[in-house]
Design a protein around this ligand. Structure first.
Ligand code: PMT
Length: 400
């Protein structure tokens, strides 16, 4: 996603500066070109050698420095960059930028740049909540600077509170979001993800192999494209995506209740969860003891959530998935019609690199018109983007 994007990372003098080595490494790994500017104080915490090595570029530290191309650094870096990211941003740099001070290379570059600037404050809680810092951040925000709120947690000064730098993975995702076209802004999308667990007793349940990766990819990509996202998720081990309304459920019944409760507040529902069709007919509140002979468990049908949505969907764009082992397209088409979906995403479980658990998927998109598009093997994020392209088209048609 960040392939060929130019990112200027400004590092200032806070303890979290040591985390910028990992941030730069992740940006480069994602395909970005990175140039680092360090203040004098930042060099107390991490060396230019480290950041130069991970960025594969010289590190800029001096106001009067020229680039390898012989250009004036504080002008050319801002022209070169698609985005400037200040991480960590100390109270000092926030105060300087908000007052228009340009007395070193970083502040001069920010003052000269006409590109998005993302500021990631990180400092002691008393500093962060100081009215001057608060007012300076508000001022910067009103001028169009983008502020990423710090996390609440343990700080280097051995206190706890707001001021902790968010995980670098979240900063990378924030940058991706800023650089993504917001074509889904204004739309509310509900995604279901993961497996359901149908409890038999306090220690056992029926489930399936879904990891939640496909559904989480849809939620993250929809958020990146500007949608307001609600993610109803069965149990997974995936990190909780930032900026998404996550509703965690266990069973199909809980998933149905959560989805139906939100139906009147969404424009799109994408049902990528692998919902268990059956649940144990009765739940034993104490652990079922093993006996000598075999044990039979009676199962009863779970509600078909997507069919229920199909009956009440009104103007909602409804996207379902089909997990098939035979006659992929025919079976998926039947499901789409039976359950009133607008689009169905069929994955063939027989092909390696498709379906459960893997980071890739191989899907065929089938529209209500009958149009069939077979996609090659792609990362689940890319598959999600292709599905969202179709969702966008369907939303446009509905609004005509
Ligand atoms: O989570 P991952 O490891 O990344 O794997 C992704 C995936 C394989 C789970 C995903 O790509 C996928 O195919 N999800 C749907 C799986 C499924 O339940 O397929 P199905 O053919 O059984 O169901 C058809 C549709 O009805 C699905 O949209 C499903 O969410 C929905 N359904 C099914 C049963 C039920 N009781 N209620 C439902 O709403």
């Amino acid at each position: 996603m960040l392939h060929n994007m130019n990112i200027a990372v400004g590092v200032t003098g806070g303890i979290a500066a040591y985390k910028t080595a990992e941030l730069v490494r992740l940006l480069v790994k994602d395909g970005a070109n990175v140039k680092v500017i360090m203040t004098k104080n930042a060099q107390q915490f991490i060396t230019p050698v480290t950041l130069g090595t991970v960025s594969n570029n010289p590190v800029y530290t001096d106001t009067f420095q020229v680039t390898e191309e012989g250009e004036i650094a504080h002008i050319s870096i801002g022209q070169w960059a698609d985005i400037l990211v200040i991480v960590p941003a100390t109270a000092n740099i926030i105060g300087k930028i908000s007052s228009g001070i340009a007395d070193d290379l970083l502040t001069s570059t920010i003052t000269a740049a006409k590109k998005p600037v993302l500021i990631c404050p990180a400092m002691n809680t008393n500093m962060y909540t100081n009215p001057f810092v608060d007012a300076n951040l508000r001022k910067l925000s009103s001028f169009g600077f983008l502020i990423m709120e710090p996390d609440i947690g343990g700080l280097a000064c051995k206190t706890e509170g707001p001021g902790r730098l968010p995980p670098v993975e979240d900063i990378v995702e924030e940058i991706r979001g800023i650089l993504t076209k917001k074509d889904l802004r204004g739309f509310r999308i509900l995604v279901t993800a993961g497996p359901t667990q149908e409890p038999l007793d306090p220690v056992r349940y029926i489930t399936n192999h879904s990891s939640g990766k496909m559904g989480y990819a849809l939620a993250v990509m929809a958020k990146r494209r500007g949608a307001e996202v609600t993610l109803v998720s069965g149990p997974t081990t995936l990190d909780i995506p930032r900026g998404i309304n996550l509703i965690q459920v266990q069973s199909a019944l809980q998933m149905r209740d959560a989805v139906m409760a939100h139906l009147s507040q969404v424009d799109v529902v994408i049902k990528s969860a692998a919902v268990s069709d059956y649940r144990p007919a009765s739940y034993s509140s104490s652990k079922i003891k093993k006996e000598k002979g075999p044990l039979s468990v009676s199962l009863e049908r779970n509600p078909d959530i997507i069919s229920e949505i199909g009956k009440k969907k009104g103007n909602i764009v409804l996207v379902g998935f089909a997990m098939e082992t035979d006659d992929l397209v025919d079976n998926a088409k039947k499901k789409m019609e039976l359950k009133s979906m607008d689009l169905i995403v069929a994955n063939d479980l027989n092909t390696p690199g498709s379906g459960f658990k893997s980071d890739t998927n191989i899907v065929t998109l089938i529209a209500r018109s009958g149009a069939v598009e077979e996609l090659p093997k792609m990362g689940k994020n890319e598959v999600a983007d292709k599905i969202l392209d179709r969702v966008y088209e369907l939303l446009q048609k509905k609004s005509l």
